[in-house]
Design a protein around this ligand. Structure first.
Ligand SMILES: O=C(O)CCC(=O)C(=O)O
Ligand SMILES: [Fe+2]
Length: 193
């Protein structure tokens, strides 16, 4: 497409942020990572994840430090930042997710400690569903995620809409980069102490 489209305020998408060759290389790197199931209060998710730069500890409810973002993710981080109009140094977290068949992600807003989000889809296509509460129910928007495409969540799309992906039966990966909001200094200081 010639122009980025804003489907809801703050949501911008871009097809083919990476080439098929780059996609294959990224997936090859991901398969070497030690991904672990998402766990929270006795619940074990079917998706497998790992975080770089910063992680979010769901049990403790705060941000912690993680292994540095690996070099093989640098070119993607720069491209994601260019797409989002951010300096690449602002994207301080990279979260890698593997959705095996049957895995999805429930309705949520990303943790408020984080700022803007840039997601890149690899592997099977999926649909990112958005909903925003209204007086009478929900406004809903569906965003098809083609492999190699990217989305940027800022503003309203980031803050007042929830998003989620229903379980699908094919293998998909996502890499999401995040900036951090105003609370990060306190959170990281606590994590070190
Ligand atoms: O897989 C995706 O693209 C969505 C991931 C997501 O919503 C999250 O990690 O907060
Ligand atoms: Fe999310």
């Amino acid at each position: 497409m010639l122009f980025d489209q804003e489907l809801i305020p703050g949501l911008v998408t871009r097809d083919e942020l990476v080439t098929p060759v780059e996609e294959a290389e990224l997936i090859a790197h991901i398969t070497t990572l030690n991904l672990t199931p998402f766990r929270f209060q006795g619940f074990t998710g079917k998706r497998l994840t790992t975080s770089f730069g910063l992680a979010y500890d769901f049990e403790a409810g705060r941000i912690t430090r993680a292994e540095p973002i690996p070099e093989w993710l640098d070119p993607l981080r720069r491209r994601a930042a260019d797409f989002a109009g951010l300096p690449s140094g602002d994207l301080v977290q990279a979260l890698v997710i593997r959705y095996n068949p049957g895995a999805g992600i429930g309705w949520h807003r990303d943790r408020p400690q984080f700022g803007q989000v840039v997601g890149i889809s690899l592997g099977a296509p999926a649909t990112l569903a958005f909903r925003q509460r209204t007086a009478t129910g929900f406004k809903r928007v569906k965003l098809p995620l083609s492999p190699r495409s990217a989305y940027h969540l800022a503003g309203e799309a980031r803050l007042t809409w929830e998003h989620g992906i229903s379980a699908h039966d094919a293998l998909r990966f996502s890499i999401t980069f995040r900036s951090v909001g105003a609370h990060i200094d306190t959170a990281v200081t606590q994590a070190k102490g």
